[in-house]
Write a protein that binds this ligand. Structure first.
Ligand code: MD6
Ligand code: FE
Length: 217
């Protein structure tokens, strides 16, 4: 029997992989919508451009970030937090597009988290050599809600550890259209992105774009 998920991209995979307790990787889940998602990212960044935030320790992050939704994740010398306003413009963050909300809710549902209603979408831009060091996502008030993370463009290596920073990490390749969902027992697992390898994707050129949906309040 031919696989039912055959599509135009015969080298792209679909299906579900367990990452760990409460965490899964939905291969190719957002691939069909990728172009529309990236167009929405362009309109968001026209209002709230990508910028390099400074960590509380004074380091400039190599990942460029912006947000959409009621709340946006920000960092500066005062710490990490969620803010209703873009600190660069003083304006509210651009609204979360309906297609973002629907995709995030659908992915969460497939992974076993019903009724996910994110109020924050962090948008990350990676160029060659950009990395995100091991961290926990713990600035959200609602620890019961999962996190939904959408990968677009150039592939990346996801580093996936455990509850302690020094736990061994596994490496998972995140491809264009892959969606990771995690919560429950792995909600506070350490994770990161290895330095991005130089590559080319027709929709994003040298970039990887990541959308991370959270329920912050
Ligand atoms: C990224 N993602 O994939 C960075 N955090 O570019 C994250 O830091 C992340 O993918 C929490 C949950 C899923 C993630
Ligand atoms: Fe994270």
């Amino acid at each position: 029997m031919p696989p039912s998920n055959l599509d135009l991209f015969s080298n792209a995979s679909s299906g579900t992989e367990a990452l760990g307790p409460g965490a899964m990787l939905l291969r190719g889940f957002a691939r069909a919508e990728a172009e529309v998602l990236l167009q929405a990212v362009s309109s968001i960044t026209a209002q709230a451009p990508f910028r390099h935030l400074v960590t509380p320790g004074g380091h400039v992050m190599s990942v460029a970030m912006t947000n959409c939704g009621a709340l946006g994740w920000v960092s500066d010398e005062q710490g990490y937090r969620y803010s209703h306003h873009d600190p660069d413009s003083g304006q509210h963050w651009p609204a979360m597009p309906a297609i973002f909300l629907e995709l995030a809710a659908r992915a969460a549902d497939v992974a076993g988290y019903a009724n996910f209603k994110p109020d924050a979408c962090l948008i990350n831009r990676y160029l060659p050599d950009t990395r995100l060091t091991l961290h926990q996502d713990r600035n959200e008030h609602d620890a019961d809600a999962p996190i939904v993370s959408v990968s677009l463009g150039v592939p990346a290596t996801f580093l996936w550890g455990g509850l302690q920073r020094n736990n061994p990490t596994k490496r998972h390749r995140l491809e264009h259209g892959d969606v990771a969902v995690w919560g429950g027992p792995s909600r506070f697992f350490f994770h990161g992105i290895a330095p991005l390898q130089e590559a080319w994707h027709p929709l994003t050129q040298k970039q990887r774009i990541n959308l991370t949906f959270r329920k912050a309040r």
